[in-house]
Design a protein around this ligand. Sequence first.
Ligand SMILES: C[S@@+](CC[C@H](N)C(=O)[O-])C[C@H]1O[C@@H](n2cnc3c(N)ncnc32)[C@H](O)[C@@H]1O
Length: 314
Amino acid sequence: MPSAPKLTKEGTPEPSKRKIYREDKQETRKVLKQVRIDDTAIPTSTTGTPSGDETPASTNESTPGALSLPKKRFYRQRAHSNPFSDHRLEYPLSPEVMNWTKLYPGYVDPADPTKITKQVEIADIGCGFGGLMIDLSPAFPDKLILGMEIRVQVTQYVEDRILALRDLHKDDEEPADSAKFQNISVIRGNAMKFLPNFFHKAQLSKMFFCFPDPHFKQRKHKARIVTNTLLSEYAYVLREGGVVYTITDVLDLHEWMVKHLDSHPSFERLSKEWEDEDTCVKIMRESTEEGKKVARNKGSKYVACYRRLPDPAI
Ligand SMILES: C[S@@+](CC[C@H](N)C(=O)[O-])C[C@H]1O[C@@H](n2cnc3c(N)ncnc32)[C@H](O)[C@@H]1O
């Protein structure tokens, strides 16, 4: 039986260590907040109210004192999230009204502080705890990289991780060093529903699908992140010549993704030789948290990469 909670002097239950930790991090996030989308850009969510688990919008003022890297154990959440449930997500009505300045404060346009000077080019779909982005960041220092993650607490972990990494480097002497990790950010979102609300047609050059949820049972296959319909959305946001990267340790899911991508007219599989030469494939194999877990358990990793083909002339 679980032990009775300790009581405060007032007779109310004492908050858990986890609660105190997360409230402290939330306060920091309120100041350095980046995930919340600008209020003016939020349509009514599917339930009409924003989730109580999110913090209000705030400024980009800096906080005195160094930020500590977040501890994963305080952000644990159920492994699976139903992509068809109402997650009370916020999303912009269109890419034009998306405010990216809180996500990439290092790229705010001095001529127009409501805008950033670059567009996001690389997306990590279902980024989990963010390991891929952390390693892609120095490999693509002049590209903006965005992780999209459906789980609230996992998104908050990645956000706190990025804020702490930026903070760690902010006083570095070389401009290239003090800008470290300014090019990565994370947003809470359901990639199966709202991608075209965030990205313009042909905006992205790379999309990563690393160790997506396998949804093993046949009746759950429709929840997989690669389907014919979704591939058409990915083709829409991906530019000609752009690349879809997939990796999984589940052979059945690998075969499913290959089957759908092979049969989609906008994609062409890249060769094994291409994969062996590509920096991102190397990073993708080694950097993600799931990938590390698979390596520890001596599991297999199945990779398939596809180039976005030109649209046929009409
Ligand atoms: C198995 S984890 C892999 C995480 C990470 N890519 C890695 O390799 O370590 C799959 C992640 O995708 C997220 N996810 C699942 N469906 C999603 C969706 N529709 N939109 C955004 N994220 C999603 C899950 O919450 C989970 O964190």
